[in-house]
Write a protein that binds this ligand. Structure first.
Ligand SMILES: [Zn+2]
Length: 212
């Protein structure tokens, strides 16, 4: 069953078919993603909430945060979640030349490899910004993973209940849902995530990692 909410996702799939925008399935599966961690407190809080529902998720990590918070990064892995590359310093693809961008991407890959033996083949560009030439290189080794549900949890002007309603309305089987384990998102995240997990658990959904 498709809804009007997915019009943007269809459009993005047509315009940018090389990137993954959702997982094609009719099973009751939701793919939660958390960007910009790991950081103390917020990431740990997310892990505890996920555990309550036996939910698994994919964390798109910033390399410099892994270095600072390697124990929290280990905890993400130990608890059965998946991780992806989100660059070393959270840089914008549109304002960087290809070499600078790729070097920062590689640096994050190295940071992950130092702590995780099998590395990752998932990449999400910060701000969803990536140039064609940057993507050409990254796609040789990685899947570029976007999203179909943007919760806007980072938007401090967005009312938390509205944020929750939007997230619930837009989510359906196969949705890739974007949250942030960041200080900026904390206010909305702490309200929305537990209620989102409860809502879809009651409806019989599973929360799965992304393996492509
Ligand atoms: Zn980000």
């Amino acid at each position: 069953m498709e809804t009007k909410n997915n019009a943007m996702t269809w459009l993005f799939e047509i315009l940018f078919p090389r990137y993954a925008w959702r997982i094609k399935t009719s099973d009751k599966k939701i793919y939660l993603t958390f960007d910009d961690g790991p950081i103390p407190e917020v990431t740990e809080w997310v892990l505890d909430e996920l555990k309550k529902y036996n939910a698994k998720a994919t964390f798109f990590v910033i390399g410099e945060n892994i270095k600072r918070n390697s124990e929290i990064f280990q905890k993400v892995l130990t608890e059965g979640h998946h991780v992806g590359n989100h660059t070393q310093n959270h840089i914008r693809g549109w304002s960087k030349d290809t070499d600078t961008y790729l070097a920062n991407f590689q640096e994050c890959q190295k940071s992950i490899l130092e702590l995780k033996p099998s590395s990752t083949n998932l990449f999400r560009p910060p701000y969803g910004q990536i140039r064609r030439l940057q993507a050409n290189e990254i796609l040789k080794t990685h899947k570029v993973l976007m999203w179909s549900v943007l919760t806007r949890d980072y938007d401090v002007d967005l009312n938390a209940q509205q944020c929750l309603n939007n997230a619930i309305d837009r989510t359906e089987p196969g949705s890739i849902v974007l949250f942030h384990d960041s200080l900026k998102a904390q206010k909305n995240l702490y309200y929305v995530l537990p209620r989102f997990l409860e809502h879809f658990s009651k409806k019989g959904y599973e929360f799965c990692t992304i393996e492509l």
